[in-house]
Design a protein around this ligand. Structure first.
Ligand code: UDP
Ligand code: MG
Length: 136
């Protein structure tokens, strides 16, 4: 069963810094995603800490939050059938070294931390993450 879903995507600082945001947005569009909302912002470390709270106990948490707040990011609401899974597939594995050919992280990712994009991992988290950035 297919269902129209929304997911949250972030183009991370390493990609925005290399001016890859338009190129990456084109990849989403070519793969059938509608970009319903988007904004380029820079967040505070405290906001990154809140966003990545699920990773609070992980050894990489502090560096991850410093990194996400280190420069401009582009946050987007993407829509497509089964967009959560479709986006995870298009992004590729967390570590660009393990990412499949043709995925965004394979093409642009520099390392496991500078892996160019974020995508929600479930429909439930997508709702929470979309609210985090776009709640009016
Ligand atoms: N990360 C890291 N070191 C690790 C694992 C993850 O720096 O050993 C970073 C990486 O940028 C990743 C983010 O933490 O994208 C969130 O980790 P998660 O396991 O949720 O991966 P994702 O859902 O982004 O693929
Ligand atoms: Mg994740």
């Amino acid at each position: 069963m297919n269902s129209i879903e929304q997911t949250l995507s972030i183009i991370k600082p390493d990609a925005v810094e290399r001016n890859l945001d338009n190129e990456i947005k084109e990849i989403f569009k070519k793969n059938g995603f509608k970009i319903l909302k988007e904004k380029k912002i820079k967040i505070e470390k405290s906001e990154a800490e809140q966003f990545y709270k699920v990773h609070e106990t992980k050894p990489f948490y502090n560096d991850l939050c410093s990194y996400l707040s280190s420069g401009p990011i582009v946050v987007m609401v993407l829509e497509k059938d089964n967009s959560v899974l479709a986006n995870r597939e298009l992004m590729g594995a967390t570590n660009p070294k393990d990412a499949a050919e043709g995925t965004i992280r394979k093409k642009y990712g520099i390392s496991i931390d500078k892996n160019s994009v974020h995508g929600s991992d479930s429909v439930e988290n997508a709702k929470i993450e979309i609210d985090f950035f776009f709640k009016e």
